[in-house]
Design a protein. Structure first.
Lengths: 393, 516
């Protein structure tokens, strides 16, 4: 059949992208067995989403920063700082919850402008600028909070991270709305995949055989529906999941389908060539850091809402989790390569491992070692792949 | 001046697909200054790499005799141990280390692993006196000008007990005073210390002035060896320059050039009184009052040797991508054009295809499609959103019309051959819809078949009414393609010749013209 290719060819060619999905499935299965099935229980799945959503939100911004050839070490401090600002507005001054959110988002943008100024305009490496930012915004968090934690948030604010959409359509012991929404997502996904396949065929490009395509779509559909089924049997659809899904969709689209997104990849792939192609590199760098500030603020809001307080030490080491997620998800250390979906999967791998080990009662110290080893292996895989690709040409 | 110090016999060096050196012989006598002349790509550098062991023994055919003994160098260390030191055009100094540290780098004055600073600095001072460098040995090299850095390199060579000093384009980056001083030093080293030197240079006046003997190389073969003193009876010195030029050019018109019948129309591009200063050395003027024009349907050649300022001219015009204190005016269709940034230059209708496509032209880890659309994303997008299908069909169109050999337009550019990469780079700039296309060494690293295709394409574009500027150091290429040729030397236009009247000898004379 012209224009199709066998499984082996598909796997070897896309090992960089598909490898991460295979690893994810393997890790989920491993910890499902090790935890005697508790990992996939309704309560735990819901908990997993609530507990790691802010890392995933940060990973979305981080992967774009890394693709452009930078790094951001300040996001943990910015999460704390924006959460603190929201707390001062809502808790201390008793203003409405949405004003707190606006204040936090505004501060996130200002932080981004500050760091973007030093990186894009002055030309200081992002590693240094954001290392400084890590110290500066941690200090500002402490000053904003007067070194104490502020709580509790009103329930309207808490709902952002702890709220659920439940019982919208009623249901016999489980949430029908969640299932309907999941089914809609599956249908849209299948249609979109089909359209992409047709487009590829029109342009005479290799696509997988029809039966492989069918299995692929069916597998994704089963995973989504099973996940929804479990969630529906717990507390319903978490608001945070809706937020997260929206962000993933928007940023996947922005990074793959817009001029701005393309410029990020062009700069990471070859900065000189991008500049000589008319890419306004300063503007793109500025936008990237403003965007990272904004996403850090969103993560800060979610985190403060979930912990129902703003603490001076909040968000500690979040930057490292977000960076690890991006690299495990296939981002290249040298820039130019990496995807939002990849970073999300990378973040989920970290989340499943941490969560699984917690259930098994493994101590913090061992958890830390395991996660470190996984990060090294993931990047080693990337370096190995690149060497192999290099020796071919 | 008597015995032979170096005898390279019948050196043949093959790279995959090319024979870089064919049966080259070079004889250098003890205590002389030996010049080597040849066009870019003639094989001068390869010959010096063979001599210094960068290309290890066994990878080439032929014999090398040094001071009467057959030698086989496997690395630069081997050749340096015998007293052969090469100083490259790109200086190999560490800017943050001091002069003394640089002189003894890799050869440290130490006792049981601990550096003896007293000895280091004292010996450095002695060496610096020998090369006439009046500085403190503990000054960081980065604080010195290029001329003085060159002297540090020579002092470093002397510290290795050099017998044969090889200088590759030693004055290319120097101003006139520094050049003068350097040449004087090389002469002194010969007369007072008996150091034999080989000088590779494009500046024929310089060679005529300093060399005792000159070997001319063309297309990987020795053409002739000229006694610059004329054996006491024949012509000597500067009078020999025409003979050297004749040897350097005379290259066969080996590639066929397609016929063209373009109508030459209105003036499209005019550059007036263009000046550019070196980005980090404010006392070096790279482009000095250049004025050129190009008309619709015309192919204009810019011929210049390495270091003449060809790329600097093109890149400074293209959105001020190179150099500082750029002054002068660019007119498009008779009106002043905004070329302040790259995006402005593209919008004004100028496109620049770089000579170094890996560094400045392409995103090698990205696919063909995204490279082609990279400079004109606005044409495949609506309010910021890229139409992926349209992007692919654009890429497909160029793949077909330029005959880019790639599995699909979604293949990574880094996997393609040089000729096909160049076609991708050309597609990228054609898609911006330029009126003026500046092609910098358009066939560098491209095989013969793809070369012909690119020549044909250039003619087609001219027939469509575009103005094309071809920058090249290969004279047959410039003469075969262009309607009109400017020669560039030391940042100045030294001549304007119509292709019909041009001869290789005449052009080379203009290209090697030095400032009076």
């Amino acid at each position: 059949m012209a224009g199709t290719s066998d499984i082996k060819g598909l796997l070897t060619r896309n090992v960089r992208q598909s490898g991460i999905y295979i690893a994810f499935v393997f890790i989920v299965l491993l910890f499902t067995v090790l935890t005697g099935g508790s990992l996939l229980s309704p309560g735990n799945l819901t908990n997993l989403i609530l507990q790691y959503s802010y890392i995933l939100i940060l990973a979305i911004g981080m992967v774009l920063i890394i693709v452009a050839g930078h790094i951001d070490l300040s996001v943990g401090s910015v999460v704390a700082f924006t959460g603190a600002v929201a707390a001062v507005v809502v808790v201390q001054h008793g203003l409405p919850w949405w004003l707190g959110i606006l204040a936090a988002l505004g501060v996130g943008v200002l932080v981004g402008l500050w760091q973007g100024f030093w990186v894009a305009i002055v030309g200081i490496p992002a590693f240094i600028v954001t290392l400084a930012g890590m110290l500066i915004f941690r200090g500002m968090t402490m000053q904003t909070l007067g070194n104490v934690s502020l709580s509790p948030f009103p329930s309207s604010y808490q709902k952002i991270a702890g709220g659920f959409v439940n019982g919208l359509f009623g249901g016999p012991g489980y949430d029908v709305f969640t299932l309907v929404l999941a089914a809609a997502v599956v249908v849209v996904f299948a249609l979109q995949q089909w359209r992409a396949r047709l487009a590829k065929l029109t342009y005479d490009q290799a696509v997988e055989a029809l039966w492989i395509f069918g299995i692929k779509v069916a597998a994704v559909a089963i995973v989504i529906m099973a996940f929804a089924w479990q969630i529906a049997h717990a507390r319903g659809l978490p608001m945070v999941l809706i937020l997260l899904a929206a962000l993933i969709l928007i940023y996947s689209f922005v990074s793959q389908q817009t001029v701005f997104g393309r410029h990020i990849y062009a700069m990471g792939g070859n900065l000189q060539a991008a500049r000589l192609s008319g890419v306004k590199t300063k503007l793109v760098n500025m936008m990237l850091f403003v965007n990272m500030g904004l996403l850090s603020a969103i993560a800060g809001i979610v985190y403060s809402a979930r912990s129902n307080s703003a603490q001076p030490g909040a968000g500690n080491m979040f930057e490292l989790d977000a960076i690890a997620a991006a690299f495990i998800g296939g981002a290249a250390v040298s820039g130019g390569v990496g995807k939002v979906q990849g970073a999300i999967i990378g973040g989920l791998i970290m989340a499943v491992m941490s969560n699984g080990m917690q259930i098994m009662g493994i101590g913090q110290s061992t958890q830390s070692i395991v996660r470190g080893v996984v990060l090294i292996l993931a990047v080693a895989f990337d370096v190995y792949n690149k060497k192999r690709a290099g020796s071919e040409s | 001046m008597n015995d032979s110090i170096l005898e390279m016999r019948s050196i043949t060096k093959r790279f995959p697909g090319v024979t870089a050196l064919k049966d080259v012989s070079l004889g250098v006598r003890e205590g002389e200054i030996h010049g080597i002349c040849g066009e870019n790509g003639a094989g001068k550098s390869t010959l010096m790499k063979v001599l210094s062991g960068v290309e290890p023994a066994g990878t080439y055919e032929g014999e090398i005799h040094f001071r009467g003994q057959p030698v086989a160098f496997h690395s630069v260390n081997d050749s340096e141990a015998q007293g052969i030191v090469i100083i490259h055009q790109e200086l190999a100094l560490v800017p943050h280390l001091t002069i003394a540290e640089n002189i003894f780098l890799g050869n440290e004055r130490s006792r049981s692993g601990i550096i003896s600073w007293g000895e280091t600095n004292a010996q450095a001072a002695k060496l610096m006196r020998r090369v006439g460098l009046d500085e403190n040995p503990v000054t960081p090299v980065g604080q010195l000008g290029v001329g003085k850095q060159q002297l540090v390199e020579i002092a470093k060579a002397l510290s290795k007990n050099v017998r044969l000093l090889i200088l590759d384009e030693p004055t290319a980056a120097l101003n006139d005073d520094d050049s003068e001083h350097l040449l004087g030093l090389i002469r002194d080293l010969r007369d007072e210390q008996g150091v034999t030197s080989i000088i590779i240079s494009h500046k024929l006046g310089e060679i005529a002035e300093i060399a005792d003997t000159t070997t001319v190389i063309r297309d990987g073969s020795t053409i002739e060896t000229v006694d610059m003193h004329g054996g006491g009876t024949g012509p000597s010195g500067r009078a020999l320059i025409p003979r050297i030029i004749k040897g350097m050019v005379g290259r066969d018109m080996d590639s066929m050039f397609p016929e063209r019948s373009a109508e030459i129309g209105e003036e499209v591009l005019r550059i007036e009184d263009w000046h550019v200063t070196h980005p980090t050395q404010p006392d070096r003027t790279l482009i000095d009052g250049v004025s050129i024009t190009a008309r619709a349907g015309e192919v204009v050649g810019i011929a210049g040797l390495m270091g003449a300022g060809r790329t600097e001219l093109a890149m400074s015009v293209f959105g001020r991508s190179y150099g500082r204190e750029i002054s002068g005016q660019v007119f498009m269709h008779g009106r002043p054009a905004n070329t302040k940034g790259v995006a402005d230059a593209i919008a004004s209708g100028i496109a620049y295809v770089s000579e170094d496509r890996k560094r400045y032209g392409l995103n090698l880890i990205q696919d063909v499609r995204r490279n082609i659309s990279a400079a004109a994303l606005g044409k495949v997008s609506r309010s910021g959103w890229i139409d992926g299908n349209q992007e692919i069909s654009v890429a497909e169109r160029y793949r077909r019309s330029l005959n880019i050999k790639t599995p699909t337009v979604l293949s990574t550019v880094g996997q393609l051959s040089g000729g096909n990469q160049q076609k991708v780079a050309l597609s990228k700039w054609l898609f911006t819809g330029p009126d003026v296309l500046i092609l910098d060494e358009p066939t560098r690293g491209v095989d013969v078949g793809a070369k012909y295709e690119i020549y044909t394409l250039i003619n087609e574009l001219a027939e469509q009414g575009k103005a094309i500027i071809v920058i090249s150091s290969e004279l047959p290429e410039v003469m075969g393609l262009a309607d009109r040729i400017y020669t560039l030397s030391a940042g100045r236009i030294t001549g304007e010749v119509s292709a019909a009247d041009a001869t290789q000898e005449h052009l080379m004379e203009l290209m090697t013209m030095e400032r009076e």
